[in-house]
Design a protein around this ligand. Structure first.
Ligand code: PLP
Length: 487
């Protein structure tokens, strides 16, 4: 059953937690218990990816039939170009866990290609009469992954709003390519914060919700606070560990480190849950860009958003409020009242401080941050010395690993999570390689593919062929466009 990080008293089923996203008290849903899989590890690593995903989800989705889970996982992951839906690549002494083989070339596809099926099944299980409308403010990756996942799923509709000047050309065309009868996108004049604030305002607007309900819709969001997304992310940590055992890099039981480029703290939290469930993990290395609010938190115990917000070359990590950290705080304190107080401090004072005794509970984590220059230098160096092309997000993680090794001398094997394809962020990657960007995106991407000694991925070609335009609207016009779309 699921409880809230701000109230252990509630007790709801998986489908209810997935449908609601956020608890009524403002907290996040967490599983009340975590099974320990240590004794089953030998058996689990023999499974293929889909079977492993079913085993893990079956432990948490208490009101789903196993057959339903099997169907959902198969339908979603069969759509990936490759099976298993990821790759583990050796780059000299380290391993890169590439999670960018879904439709939108970023790791969010690993969960967002499955979540819509969980949502639509949950509507059924909870006997909801209305259909579901999902609104997403996006700085790029979430929007396209959500639209792609929701396209052609019954009883779901989705609208993504992106800032007019804020997303890359590829990201914009990816969203346009995912427009369909039940999905659409708009560009909103302003920056990402304006966009996000406008969407949050709609979520809090009772009249708007009432009007939508009359039209037959309930509102939901697709961001990473949904517990369904996290459960799906636990799978690849177990899977990649198993791969290292199977190829005899490690023995069953040896510990590995995971290095995760972090923003909203969802991906690395899934790694923490995997460790909690018995996966042999030594340390979790939390990598940040110049928005280093998490680095500062792990190193000082103080979480403060009273700082400048930077737009970086790893934009999907440009976040000051890492929502999923609340789940970690709950896990280490087991105290919903305390979590509530810390979150209230964050809201009212822009910061909270974790007391010294509780900081001891964070010793699984190491945290580092990279500047923009350091990130570019890592891309350049790893390409030159190891012939591997990192995207800027994955480069932040790679650089963090180098800091970690210099600090600790740890001899465990390291798995660096690679969250996006370098083609998705071609401008930054070309500049890191000291190549000139031209005014033709296709030429730039071809050049990058040539440098990377491979063919340009098919999905990129398809997206480049996309000629559509997103209607540009003001924040005030969002409501009427939503009504037009659902009518
Ligand atoms: C979303 C995203 C991240 C950050 O993941 P969190 O779960 O928010 O910490 C990192 N890299 C890429 C490419 C992303 O899209």
């Amino acid at each position: 059953m699921y409880i809230s990080t701000r109230n252990e008293g509630i007790n709801i089923s998986a489908s209810e937690a997935i449908l609601n996203g956020l608890a009524a008290d403002g907290g996040l849903f967490v599983s009340a218990t975590f099974p320990n899989l240590r004794e089953r590890l030998e058996e689990l690593i023999k499974l293929d990816y889909q079977q492993l995903a079913v085993e893990i989800l079956d432990l948490f989705l208490n009101d789903f039939e196993r057959e339903e889970i099997v169907d959902i996982i198969k339908t979603a992951y069969d759509k990936f170009e490759i099976d298993p839906p990821l790759k583990l690549k050796r780059v000299e002494a380290h391993y890169l866990l590439e999670l960018f083989y879904g439709k939108t070339l970023a790791f969010k596809d690993m969960a967002l290609s499955v979540l819509p099926y969980l949502l639509s099944k949950s509507l059924e299980k909870q006997n909801v009469a209305e259909d579901m409308l999902i609104l997403a403010a996006t700085s790029g990756d979430t929007g396209s992954a959500a639209l792609s996942g929701i396209k052609s799923i019954e009883r779901l509709k989705a609208v993504a709003f992106f800032p007019s000047g804020g997303v890359s050309e590829i990201q914009k065309r990816q969203m346009l390519a995912e427009k369909s009868d039940n999905t659409t996108c708009y560009q909103v004049f302003g920056n990402f914060d304006d966009c996000q604030t406008a969407v949050k305002t709609l979520f809090a607007d009772k009249d708007f919700k009432q009007q939508l309900q009359e039209k037959g819709y309930i509102l939901s969001s697709a961001n990473s606070i949904n517990i369904g997304r996290l459960l799906l992310q636990i799978v690849y940590y177990f899977y990649s560990y198993g791969e290292l055992v199977k190829n005899k890099t490690i023995k069953l039981g040896d510990k590995v480190n995971f290095v995760v480029p972090s923003g909203n703290f969802g991906n690395i939290l899934a790694a923490y849950y995997a460790k909690k469930m018995g996966l042999p993990v030594n340390h979790l290395i939390c990598a940040s860009n110049q928005n280093k609010v998490l680095t500062d938190f792990f190193n000082t115990g103080k979480y403060s958003i009273k700082r400048e917000f930077y737009k970086s070359i790893s934009p999907s990590m440009d976040i000051l409020i890492a929502s999923n950290l609340e789940r970690l705080l709950f896990d280490i304190t087991k105290d919903a009242e305390l979590v509530k107080k810390l979150m209230l401090d964050l809201k009212d004072k822009g910061e909270f401080i974790l007391e010294e005794s509780l900081r001891q509970e964070l010793k699984d984590f190491y945290a580092y941050n990279l500047t923009e220059e350091q990130t570019l230098a890592v891309i350049n160096k790893v390409k030159k010395e190891k012939n591997y092309l990192l995207d800027p997000h994955s480069a932040v993680a790679y650089g963090a690993l180098e800091y970690y090794l210099a600090e600790t001398g740890d001899k465990s094997k390291n798995i660096v999570v690679a969250t996006a394809s370098p083609y998705k962020f071609s401008a930054a990657v070309l500049s890191a390689l000291d190549e000139n960007e031209t005014d033709n995106l296709l030429n730039d991407l071809e050049k990058l593919a040539q440098i990377n000694q491979e063919e340009l991925p098919k999905v990129i070609r398809e997206v480049l062929a996309e000629q559509g335009q997103a209607k540009a609207i003001t924040r005030e016009e969002m409501k009427e466009h939503i009504f037009d779309f659902v009518d």
